[in-house]
Design a protein around this ligand. Structure first.
Ligand code: SF4
Length: 416
């Protein structure tokens, strides 16, 4: 049974393709040169987060945007609930922060209609699933999977032509945008002075969710704060190039004040982020959720995000979950880590992910399959690089043509 469920060809192909595109764009545009400045800016802003948020609150409120600091998910939910009428139609942009606190599920239980408007997020909403990737939530699915789901749920007869499927969803969402009374979006960057919310997206859905409804909630993490707009385009380029291999994203929304027909609320979620900033794991706070580390991870590439069981996957997922979620979930995610060290060099924020996971895991009992590799690494610090290669090899061995063939045979046998 384990073998039948282990591989996901869609995830493997998509992540490999993204890594290739990322490496190409980094080389062509010399993006690695932007990293030192971006990391320094991020470090400096995080060190001054408290002061910058105070400044941001004053400046946003002068512009007519109310700012609310929430200690946890419940406070976010209660704040939004108190501002909503009965049975609102809410259009929502993709946001890991809202996934972390299960905001959509809460609002649905309260009787509101909540519609995810990012294509991938809309697909997984229809399937009642968690996102399986930070930036591509439906990466585990093929066009055929999506076709089957839409035809069954909406009684249509669409082919698996991607254009036909997206046209259907586009039309369906257009109605929702036009009738929505509330919008919820996330923010990739919040600038204190001049107060500005920046949201990066590819489908135009964030612009529509933030501009059309009368009420708009922007939910963001305490770690998203920046001082000034200086060279923010470098951060944006690093984010999009690392995430999808695109030099420019399709849309960057800047929100500085409500439109005349609107009320806009900025909700800043702590949920463990302040503790993370004070801890020995503080460099984790620099994470911009680009998923570059997932795309290269030999385990993630094989099994996809759902096997990690929570919203945050991979090594960085175990670190984030240790502070924003439960220790036992963090431990479960950390157990997937081979300590191969492939992720660190891919991270545009220079987070030493596997080193931090090793530190985090020293609190946990070591699973049996990691005992030997860890012993090897401890004993032979000098030969570390060689051992690292061996571990990558072990991880990638699951991807050899022979293993693949065997697996496909077993899988097809299982389906007979
Ligand atoms: S840890 Fe680094 S590579 Fe991974 S999602 Fe965060 S910023 Fe991106």
């Amino acid at each position: 049974m384990f073998l039948f469920n282990l591989f996901n060809e869609n995830v493997y192909k998509a992540t490999s393709h993204t890594v290739e595109k990322k490496h190409r764009v980094f080389k062509e545009k010399g993006l690695a040169e932007l990293i030192p400045y971006a990391v320094e800016k991020r470090k400096k802003c995080l060190e001054n987060a408290e002061k910058l948020w105070k400044e941001a609150k004053t400046n946003f409120e002068k512009n007519g945007i109310e700012v609310f600091f929430a200690e946890n998910g419940s406070q976010v939910k209660e704040f939004i609930k108190a501002k909503l009428e009965e049975k609102e139609l809410i259009v929502k942009g993709k946001s890991l922060t809202t996934e972390e606190i299960e905001l959509r599920q809460f609002l649905e239980k309260e009787g509101h209609e909540v519609v995810e408007t990012d294509l991938g997020e809309w697909i997984i909403q229809q399937r009642n699933e968690l996102p399986s990737h930070f930036t591509a939530p439906a990466v585990h699915l093929s066009a055929e999977d999506v076709r089957k789901m839409i035809n069954k749920k909406f009684k249509t007869n669409l082919s698996s032509n991607i254009q036909e499927l997206t046209d259907f969803v586009r039309k369906h969402l257009r109605e929702k945008f036009l009738n929505a009374t509330c919008g919820i979006i996330g923010a990739n960057f919040v600038i204190a002075n001049p107060a500005t919310i920046m949201a990066v997206s590819n489908e135009g859905n964030v612009s529509l969710s933030a501009r059309l409804p009368q009420k708009v909630f922007v939910v963001t993490g305490y770690d998203r704060i920046y001082d000034t707009p200086d060279r923010m385009e470098d951060l944006q380029k690093l984010l999009t190039s690392s995430a999808t291999g695109q030099y420019y994203t399709s849309y960057v929304d800047f929100i500085r004040k409500p439109l005349p027909h609107q009320r806009v609320f900025l909700i800043v979620l702590d949920n463990g982020r302040k503790n993370l900033l004070e801890s020995e794991f503080r460099e984790t706070s620099r994470c911009i959720r680009c998923a570059s580390c997932l795309n290269i991870c030999p385990v993630y590439k094989e099994v996809g995000g759902h096997k990690f069981g929570k919203v945050y996957h991979g090594g960085i997922g175990s670190l984030l979950t240790a502070f924003t979620g439960k220790k036992k979930d963090s431990k479960k995610i950390a157990e997937f880590c081979l300590r191969c060290g492939s992720c660190g060099p891919e991270c545009p924020m220079e987070i030493q992910i596997s080193k931090l996971v090793a530190k985090l895991s020293s609190d946990f009992s070591v699973p049996f399959y990691l005992k030997i590799p860890l012993k090897m690494m401890k004993e032979q610090k000098e030969g570390f690089k060689k051992k690292r290669k061996n571990l990558i090899f072990i991880g990638c061995a699951f991807r050899t043509p022979i293993f693949n063939k065997i697996n496909k045979k077993i899988k097809s046998f299982g389906e007979k």
